[in-house]
Design a protein around this ligand. Structure first.
Ligand code: ADP
Ligand code: MG
Ligand code: MG
Length: 913
């Protein structure tokens, strides 16, 4: 049998269902589910879906359709006709349809839809009769068809590129309408009378002919096929392609086309259209939330042409509270809609985003899909639905993406400062957190300024899908119009970006690049600060702070992750203070404590001076004396950190950087040092010169220092064991792991192990102890070390993969110089990601696997972890789980993200099995 290209839905039945998203697209699969599933059978206008496979075929075969598609489509149209008792293209009783796009994953507003297809000079009289002589409605529908069709089919799909924003056909037609409104003194589109609209349609058609050099088609079937072709073409439209790049949606997926019986929200005061969410997508509250417009068609709600009204009391806000709600205007319909949305949520076990239309007092459902939400809302919904027993704990852990969790950890405006500032204006809180930046007024400027490393806030009347790249580049988005379901809000919510919409008090002068608000004039480049959680706009740059750790919802959510994950999550911390903070974030130990950090920054003067003395020393005797002076500082730091992490392991790395890094450059400092060492300045300079290396990153550093100057390792190891011994005496449970860096050969490690054994024995004796719990191990950061895993694990009890250096040396890419070529590598698709952010699984990952496998072949209980930047990056954490590491370690703020990713890694593995 030939493949089925067309799937029908309607009349309480459907060929497809919700599980067929890959074939039918999200919209088509959910229309089928709503129309045909026995638990739902909602009032969905009948229609059919042409599969995504047809789209793939179309692009592979020079934009031709598979054989038999025409017949299948005609048969499906017949089926609609029978159900509706109307006929497509029929002059007496015409059927109108919409032609809608719909890919596997929703791409809001990125592709095209044409409404009112089938209206021609032949069917118009029949339509007027059908609507009881409502000429106004029919010509309103007709002018919309001409606008959408000429824009989508005759211009965009035909590949015509207007030379600027203003010369596109849609804009040109809008101008005609605006002129007509102005000439007649009308404020709203709804003020236009039947005769006006009729005349408008004639003007439109003439304009289309003039600009696009083609007649607007007056044949229903030609319109239908034009629409279908245009939807397929829109898959490769500019905006859709750029959105796919950002969202990493594969080009091969293709879109489906949905052809569906039109229902009309623009038939008068008893008609309406709207969008709603089964829970509040802005904060997660379990309350029905939405907006609607009386006497309007589909796209009007999102486009921000009139301010939409709230569907109920709960949805009222500052800017729409005067408007009458659906609940008040049409209580019966509201009740029906309320029932459907409850039913949908129960059926899908998740928050749904729905579209509905009311035609002369009858409710129709036009779309449902899992609703986008911001981070705080995602966590709240997951925890609430778990409590309501709508989902299980495993589902809850999968409901929040790492990026959404990141939003909860996002900066906010310092509340202490915020209360002392008066907001310039207030809008709708569409994207949480705070952001400040310099204002720009176009997406292009946002991109340009962003490239220069500037922080910008994109300010627009409203955004449209053409602005996505600029929205991406901006710290935050501010719009004057639009509601919580407007384009800007939808996109920002998807990205977790700070955003305020519907900020009616601002007035934008694009031409002058000015923003007028509260009697002030702000110019391009002026600073503003947004509180996207409250919707407040402030002048100037207010200080930001990290989000509160006191979030109970977050703590509970992380407990769920803890109960699922297998990987341990440690943190990288260099000071006792960092260690304390990391524990509050839930870190289960320290994966990397860098001793050298005590020589940088605050309080480092004293120890640094002594370290320098040690470095400049010439003889072992001199050096030992300097090390003795240094010892108490090192021990104190180590003790503080072990204490802060009491009961948890702490990986202490021995001195890593090349000594030359610590030689002072300041002449006064050099003088002091010479005096202290009792040598001349000239001698000092000579010694410092002697430390110079031409390639220090691969020079005398790490374990190599310990090999040439064993006394340096001795001092550090002694500090570790003595600190631990003292803590033991105080009744604490220290657990140090001594880590030797930059190892490439087992004999290097053995050399250090001998030192460690000697010192261990001495410390035990000094403190009269039998045992200090500890591990001795190495960092794997040189490719050779990975290959030598079996040899190394003879003396190493743990491996910690230092993936920053392993990537640097594995690729031969200098981490500090990658900026010069990485952008080109990413743009050309030579590399899928920055390998310093996401582990390169194919190459570096292979090294890691070899290292682990060889290491464990000798020592079965070898402890394995990772301490590079990758330890907090979701994809890399999943990799670490799969290769059976024991833990990941990352910066304190990424601990929650690593925990979530670790839990999701377990669940994804289960799904695969
Ligand atoms: P998008 O994916 O951009 O939301 P849609 O295909 O959902 O595009 O359609 C755009 C608008 O047109 C929506 O508001 C939708 O509800 C409305 N619409 C689509 N098909 C119909 C129809 N058959 N009858 C009435 N309104 C429709
Ligand atoms: Mg839609
Ligand atoms: Mg290193």
């Amino acid at each position: 049998m030939a493949t089925k290209n067309v799937y029908f839905f309607g009349g309480g039945k459907a060929d497809g269902n919700e599980s067929m998203k890959n074939l039918l697209g999200g919209k088509g699969a959910n229309l089928a589910e709503m129309a045909g599933h026995k638990e739902l059978r909602l009032p969905v206008p009948p229609g059919f879906t042409i599969t995504t496979e047809v789209c793939t075929y179309y692009y592979k075969n020079k934009k031709k359709y598979p054989k038999g598609l025409r017949e299948e489509v005609e048969k499906a149209v017949k089926k609609i006709e029978v159900l509706m008792g109307k006929k497509f293209a029929d002059p007496q009783n015409p059927l109108l349809v919409s032609v809608r796009s719909g890919a596997r994953r929703s791409m809001p507003g990125m592709m095209e839809t044409v409404l009112n297809v089938g209206l021609t000079t032949k069917t118009i009289p029949g339509m007027i009769k059908q609507s009881n002589g409502n000429e106004r409605f029919v010509y309103d529908a007709y002018r919309r068809l001409i606008t959408m069709y000429s824009d989508v089919v005759m211009e965009k799909a035909a590949g015509i590129e207007p030379k600027d924003d203003e010369s596109g056909i849609r804009k040109q037609l809008e101008k005609i309408m605006n002129k007509m409104k102005k000439d007649n003194g009308y404020q709203f589109d709804t003020d236009l009378k039947a005769q006006d609209l009729k005349k408008l349609c004639e003007l439109y058609k003439a304009k289309v002919k003039e600009v696009l050099k083609k007649e607007f088609p007056d044949n229903a079937y030609e319109q239908l096929w034009g629409g279908i072709g245009a939807v397929f073409s829109s898959w490769n439209g500019k905006r859709a392609v750029s959105y796919r790049r950002i969202e990493r949606i594969p080009d091969e997926w293709g879109t489906a086309v949905n052809v569906q019986t039109m229902v009309f929200g623009n038939m008068g005061k008893d008609s309406a259209t709207g969008v709603a969410f089964t829970r509040n997508p802005g904060n997660g509250e379990n309350a029905f939330y939405g907006e609607f417009l009386i006497n309007a068609q589909g796209e009007d709600v999102v486009a921000g042409i009139r301010t939409p009204a709230p569907i109920n009391e709960y949805s009222k806000s500052e800017h729409n509270k005067e408007l009458i709600s659906l609940e008040e205007a049409m209580p019966k319909i509201y009740k029906e809609l309320y029932g459907y949305q409850r039913n949908l949520e129960k059926h899908y076990h998740d928050m749904q985003d729905i579209e509905f239309t009311i035609e002369k007092g009858r409710l129709f459902m036009l779309q449902c899909r899992v609703g986008k939400r911001n981070g705080p809302a995602a966590v709240r919904m997951a925890m609430d639905m778990l409590k309501e027993k709508l989902i299980k704990k495993e589902d809850a852990a999968m409901r929040v993406t790492p990026a959404q969790l990141d939003e909860l950890l996002h900066p906010i405006i310092d509340p202490k400062v915020e209360i002392t500032h008066k907001a310039l204006a207030k809008g709708l809180p569409a994207g949480p957190g705070g952001a400040s930046g310099q204002i720009v007024f176009s997406a292009q400027e946002a991109v340009n300024w962003g490239k220069q490393g500037k922080k910008v806030i994109l300010v627009r009347e409203e955004t449209n899908p053409e602005d996505v790249e600029g929205m991406r580049a901006a710290q935050a988005i501010l719009t004057a119009r639009g509601g919580m379901t407007s384009h800007a809000a939808l996109v920002a919510r998807g990205w977790g970006k700070c955003c305020i919409v519907g900020c009616g008090a601002i007035h934008i002068e694009y031409a002058k690049k000015e923003l007028h608000v509260d009697g002030k004039v702000l110019k391009e480049g002026d600073w503003v600060t947004l509180n996207g959680t409250k919707g407040n706009l402030y002048e100037g740059e207010l200080p930001m702070m990290d989000a509160g750790q006191e979030n109970k919802m977050l703590t509970d959510f992380l407990k769920i992750c803890d109960s699922i994950k297998r990987l341990g999550v440690r943190t990288n911390a260099d000071t006792p203070e960092d260690a304390k903070r990391a524990r509050q974030f839930g870190a289960e130990g320290i994966g990397l404590f860098r001793t050298e950090h005590m020589f940088y920054g605050k309080g480092s003067e004293e120890p640094l001076f002594r370290l320098r003395k040690m470095i400049i020393s010439k003889t072992e005797g001199e050096r030992r004396k300097a090390l003795e002076e240094l010892f108490p500082y090192v021990k104190k730091d180590i003790k503080g950190t072990l204490e802060a992490m009491d009961g948890f392991p702490v990986v202490m790395r021995l001195l890593d950087p090349p000594l030359h890094e610590f030689v002072p450059r300041d002449p006064a400092k050099l003088q002091d040092l010479a005096k202290e060492l009792n040598i001349s300045l000239e001698e000092l300079n000579n010694r410092a010169q002697g430390l110079h290396e031409s390639n220090p990153m691969m020079g005398h550093r790490g374990v190599r220092l310990g090999v040439t100057y064993p006394e340096i390792s001795e001092m550090q190891i002694r500090a570790v064991f003595e600190a631990a011994a003292e803590l033991l005496k105080e009744g604490k449970r220290p657990y140090p792991e001594i880590m030797v860096p930059v190892v490439c050969e087992a004999k290097e490690l053995n050399d250090q192990l001998e030192i460690a054994k000697k010192i261990y024995a001495e410390v035990l004796k000094k403190y009269n102890l039998k045992k200090i719990k500890h591990l001795f191990g190495t960092m794997i950061e040189i490719p050779r070390a990975a290959f030598m895993g079996a040899e190394l694990s003879k003396s190493a009890e743990f491996f910690s993969f230092g993936t920053n250096d392993l990537t640097q040396m594995g690729f031969g890419f200098s981490r500090d110089d990658i900026g010069g070529f990485l952008p080109d590598y990413l743009n050309k698709g030579i590399l899928p990601d920055d390998p310093f952010q996401t582990i390169d699984q194919a190459g570096i990952g292979e090294l890691i696997k070899i290292g682990i496998q060889r290491g464990r072949s000798v020592r079965r209980d070898l402890e394995v972890g990772i301490c590079g930047e990758h330890g907090g990056e979701p994809q890399s954490v999943e990799f670490c789980h799969r290769v059976k590491m024991d833990y990941v370690s990352c910066s304190p703020f990424r601990v929650p993200i690593a925990k979530l990713s670790a839990a999701q890694a377990v669940l994804k593995e289960k799904i695969k099995k």
